[in-house]
Ligand binder design. Structure first.
Ligand SMILES: [Zn+2]
Length: 115
């Protein structure tokens, strides 16, 4: 047996040190202990220590949106390039069409560099 501390004791110590108990539970499977927010702002599990969690729904949405947006931009860029390519391969290119797609491409690239 390792010198495992009693989680409830650690939790009591955390509370004494000014940490606050959060409504969220530890994301480690089978743990289910409440997470604590330290004065430093760090969020920890009494047993697992610092755990990577997103603190709010807002934050979760943000992470999700960033991943999702970059995936969509990649797809959009590939599609735009393909479209421009096929425009160039067609026998009579409509310049306004080409400009339209180049504008789309420019916007995509601007969005990609924004982060
Ligand atoms: Zn835990």
């Amino acid at each position: 047996m390792k010198n495992e501390k009693d989680p409830t004791k650690i939790m009591a110590e955390l509370l004494k040190s000014g940490a606050t108990m959060l409504a969220e539970i530890c994301p480690v499977e089978g743990c289910n202990l409440p997470l604590f927010k330290l004065k430093s702002g760090e969020v920890i599990c009494p047993v697992h220590g610092r755990v990577h969690i997103v603190k709010t729904d807002e934050e979760a949405r943000l992470v999700f949106t960033q991943v999702y947006t970059s995936q969509i931009l990649e797809k959009l860029e590939a599609y735009t390039l393909k479209t421009i390519d096929s425009l160039l391969n067609s026998s009579d290119v409509d310049p306004t069409d080409l400009i339209k797609w180049l504008e789309v491409l420019e916007r995509i690239q601007r969005l990609k560099t924004k982060k």
